[in-house]
Design a protein around this ligand. Sequence first.
Ligand code: C5P
Length: 215
Amino acid sequence: MIVTIDGPAGAGKSSAARELARRLGFQFLDTGAMYRAVTLAALRAGVDLTDPDALLSVALACDIDATDSQVTLNGEDVTREVRTSEVTAATRHAADHPGVRERLVDLQRHVGRHRDIVTEGRDQSTVVFPDAECKIFLTASESVRAERRFLDLTKRGERVSLQEVLQTQRDRDDQDAARPIGGLAKADDAIEVSTDGMSHEQVVARLLEIVEQRR
Ligand code: C5P
């Protein structure tokens, strides 16, 4: 069974999807972490992110695993590093690159080929797994999402203001929605869940209910 969870940044997809996968005994896949890992590899190699050929070479050479609680890049644990503001801001280059997307979509489909998975991202219901048995569009209001991201970043020791987080989030929402390939869109057959005012446990319980109805 394939469960896809798409939605905007900060809707709480990662934590909810990870816990849902754990409870169902399914493999978890964090596809945003894959775009982030390619970006981190390019930044480390000093590659010009606006050079499409150079960025594609990096993406083709990367060994990425984002199926667990850890994100690894060529075997190294980069879980924390892929979530810094620097990587977050630069990830749009990898996400906008059709060749990089093609490569990552192949890897994502490979993960779902022989296993039950819960996969989260922007295009999982629409492009990567259009035939998924269960599709969820997880969202929340702009202010709730920004507050969550702000708490998350300050907990990691980053010095940012809520206003900065809100502005970055708006920019990312616009970029994600405008992307011609793999842009954020709700699939016609996806169930929309707004997480405003819901605890993590309540979100997971609602998602479990939706999956159980389709099993
Ligand atoms: O979900 P996360 O914030 O980790 O995603 C990082 C970036 O990667 C997003 O801003 C989005 O632009 C891109 N992305 C994507 N397609 C996906 C997942 C993420 O383009 N399936």
